[in-house]
Design a protein around this ligand. Structure first.
Ligand SMILES: Cc1cc2nc3c(=O)[nH]c(=O)nc-3n(C[C@H](O)[C@H](O)[C@H](O)COP(=O)(O)OP(=O)(O)OC[C@H]3O[C@@H](n4cnc5c(N)ncnc54)[C@H](O)[C@@H]3O)c2cc1C
Length: 448
């Protein structure tokens, strides 16, 4: 089997790893001539960290990222308070990574690209998909290099303006709010403490202001500043003028503006995630406001959901990609949009992150089933003791492309290649299990 992935953002890279580690021939192409070098999606949610553990890159991510920083709130130049988007909590046996981490998107992508390269797959830059056709058996794609390729499946992970989605004629339903415009980017700021983040605003309008959050691996901050005029100056001088206006002249001297973009709230969901042998994933299928930090995370999890299903290839398995991930995207968009609306309305709770932004509660269960842990739910971690008496975490046994059969105090041997016999009372409790129960865990860590 072979697969072409159009787009080497976090979604395309994750899918590339998922397929390559299953030995599937995969090419990852990107129309850009160089790798993207901005912090964009810099919040990695707990569920994404679990995915990254399974992909074998969580140690690098934890090492290179920082915890959610404390934000100092200044109104008219006066420190009025400190808050954190979410208070840090301790890991528990079932949730090893309870707290989101901050890592600039370009650094997350580098980690994923390096992992993909370990499987012998390099991103092909300056290579766009420019056309494709499909039959019942294959897809033929035209590349900007003049090459024609025949593949079993095509995946458009080609971002919000997805060529693949447009070519399939899939509607991208939703809104773009032209009335709100924010200047976002990466800049260093002398005079500010890089250990914390800042919110600079005025007393008469405390919710409209400039956010500066520290980025790991240097002295830059990711900033977000409101723009009021269409012709706003997006140069470093223009940004300095905004910082002087909200923070007070002399508070921070900006330098090293390496990336900036003007952003409008965009909330859109594709009407379909698949036509025949062609799939869309990530921003190609759904775009989010940055409130809640869900976009990149949702894309990574689309890819994690789709990878093993493409490898499986059975129609009944492939069909679940759209039902599971589109329903989830709809829910996540609702969360991001609610937070965005609160922000616009000046509700301070918009700055806090609730339980639902961690994506640990993502579930594909039948919503009418009220039992605590059922098919479609995330398989929690649990502490175990192996046959030699060593402590081992369940997530360590989940690592890799396989499914896992959990057997609680079994009385007979199993022929399953990845059967785990469990006697630990803690694992029994976490899984609400009885002796003799068997629970099959999908390759993407959900109860089958
Ligand atoms: C300012 C900003 C802040 C954000 N903050 C957060 C956050 O805190 N948390 C979060 O989770 N998300 C955040 N996001 C969203 C996040 O950046 C995106 O959701 C994420 O980049 C989506 O990844 P992707 O791989 O699906 O698409 P992209 O990263 O957009 O990648 C698509 C790739 O496809 C390539 N491409 C396009 N057309 C073609 C073609 N025809 N052929 C081949 N390749 C093509 C592009 O060059 C690009 O490299 C933010 C976004 C922005 C803009």
């Amino acid at each position: 089997m072979n697969v072409l992935i159009a787009g080497a953002g976090p979604t395309g890279l994750t899918l590339g790893i998922e397929l390559a580690r299953r030995g599937i021939a995969v090419r990852v192409i990107d129309k850009a001539t160089g790798f993207f070098d901005g912090s964009r999606g810099d919040g990695l949610q707990p569920r994404t960290l679990e995915v990254l553990e399974d992909l074998g890159v969580v140690d690098q991510v934890l090492e290179q990222s920082i915890a959610i920083p404390l934000m100092k709130i200044y109104l008219d130049g006066e420190l009025v308070g400190e808050r954190r988007m979410a208070e840090p909590v301790d890991p528990t046996p079932d949730i090893p990574y309870p707290n989101a981490r901050m890592l600039g998107q370009s650094r997350t992508e580098k980690i994923l690209r390096d992992k993909l390269a370990e499987y012998g797959v390099s991103v092909e830059l300056d290579t766009a998909i420019v056309g494709f056709n499909q039959t019942d058996d294959s897809v033929t794609a035209e590349l900007s290099t003049g090459e024609t390729v025949e593949i079993d499946y095509l995946v458009g992970a080609d971002g919000g303006r997805s060529f693949v989605r447009k070519q399939l004629g899939i509607a991208f339903e939703g809104t773009t709010d032209e009335s709100i415009r924010t200047l976002l980017g990466d800049v260093a700021a002398d005079g500010l403490d890089h250990e914390v983040g800042y919110w600079f605003a005025t007393k008469d309008n405390p919710m409209a202001g400039i956010a500066m959050t520290p980025l790991s691996g240097g002295d830059q901050f990711q900033f977000g500043a409101p723009l009021d005029a269409d012709d706003a100056d997006t140069s470093i001088e223009g940004l300095q003028a905004l910082v002087d206006k909200y923070a007070g002249a002399g508070t921070a001297k900006l330098r090293d503006l390496t990336w900036s973009t003007v952003w409008r709230p965009n909330v859109r969901l594709a009407a379909k995630f698949r036509v025949g042998r062609v799939f869309i994933a990530g921003d190609a299928a759904h775009v989010h406001p940055p409130t809640g930090g869900q976009g990149l995370n949702t894309g990574v999890q689309d890819a994690y959901n789709l990878g093993w299903k493409l490898a499986d290839g059975r129609e009944e398995v492939l069909a679940t990609y759209e039902t599971e991930r589109r329903t989830n995207a709809m829910r996540v968009l609702g969360i991001s949009e609610d937070l965005m609306q609160k922000h616009v309305e000046g509700d301070e709770s918009a700055m806090e992150r609730g339980e639902n932004t961690r994506q640990l509660d993502v579930s594909y269960r039948d919503p009418s089933d009220t039992r605590p842990l059922v098919s479609g739910d995330r398989a929690p971690d649990a502490p175990l003791v192996d046959a030699s008496g060593n402590k081992v975490r369940l997530f360590e046994l989940f690592r890799g492309p396989h499914e896992t059969l959990l057997r609680f105090s079994p009385t007979t041997p199993s022929t399953h290649a990845h059967a785990v016999d469990i006697t630990s009372p803690e694992a029994f409790a976490i899984y609400h299990a009885q002796p003799g129960d068997e629970i099959l865990i999908r390759p993407d860590g959900y109860l089958a």
